[in-house]
Write a protein that binds this ligand. Structure first.
Ligand SMILES: N[C@@H](CCC(=O)N[C@@H](CS)C(=O)NCC(=O)O)C(=O)O
Length: 222
């Protein structure tokens, strides 16, 4: 998929370090980098990129175990967003975005604020397998929330996570939108892309939603 997307509602800038050479680079091209998105970056990268690929990383499972008090929650009612959990048998589907030239520093500067400063995520190098060429993996940068970050909430029953998601919203919108947009992406990936944790939360939300929706009587529509 080749498309150009420019950053739009960037959070207020703050002191963000300039990118260092530690990040994985493309073969040979010192000014190219792949960034792997597996949560909101899947549908709202909001940085300029040159190419994007759907695919997966092995050895990680996606979990709604990171608290969020800015984008999809508040200090009083933190929402839940995703992180990657090291899991030898895990596989997480997402999108890898290629940034080149000036896009590299712009993307890293933006993501440092959105993911690290506001979200508590750290960077990690992963191996990404493109859906259409799994035999040609590439190194990518991923933003992962570890248990050491202050916003980490850790495991909870999917029903409890669903309840929290239904109740929370932040500066980027409702936590339910975050869940459903990710579920939509996984639908597009096809039957080979499974995420039982995500599916269980979506099922729990579907069961509980009637309780969160006012009745016609309550809306005085009768
Ligand atoms: N790092 C993951 C998760 C990213 C994520 O969802 N981060 C939150 C920060 S707490 C975010 O950017 N949210 C923006 C939004 O919810 O629209 C990814 O690669 O997609």
């Amino acid at each position: 998929m080749k498309q150009e997307s420019a950053a739009s509602n960037t959070p207020p800038a703050s002191q963000s370090p300039t990118p260092s050479a530690q990040f994985p680079r493309n073969d040979g091209d010192p000014q190219a980098l792949w960034i792997f998105g597996y949560g909101s970056l899947v549908w709202r990268p909001d940085f300029a990129y040159s190419d994007s690929l759907v695919g997966f990383v092995r050895g990680y499972s996606r979990r709604f175990w990171q608290g969020d008090t800015f984008h999809r929650g508040s200090d009083k009612m933190p929402g839940r967003v995703v992180t990657l959990l090291e899991d030898h048998e895990g596989c997480t589907w997402g999108v890898a975005y290629q940034v080149q030239g000036e896009q590299v520093s712009e993307a890293l500067k933006y993501l440092n604020v959105r993911e690290a400063v506001l979200g508590g995520y750290d960077t990690k190098e992963v191996t990404f397998y493109p859906q259409d060429a799994p035999d040609q993996p590439l190194k990518a940068l991923a933003y992962v929330a570890t248990p050491q970050n202050p916003g980490y909430l850790g495991p909870a029953p999917e029903e409890a996570i669903a309840t929290q998601i239904l109740a929370c919203r932040g500066f980027s919108g409702h936590n339910l939108e975050y869940l459903l947009r990710l579920a939509d992406f996984m639908q597009l990936c096809g039957p080979q892309a499974q995420d039982e944790h995500l599916a269980a939360i979506v099922d729990a939300v579907g069961t509980m939603l009637p309780c969160f929706c006012p009745t016609e009587q309550a809306l005085a529509l009768v």
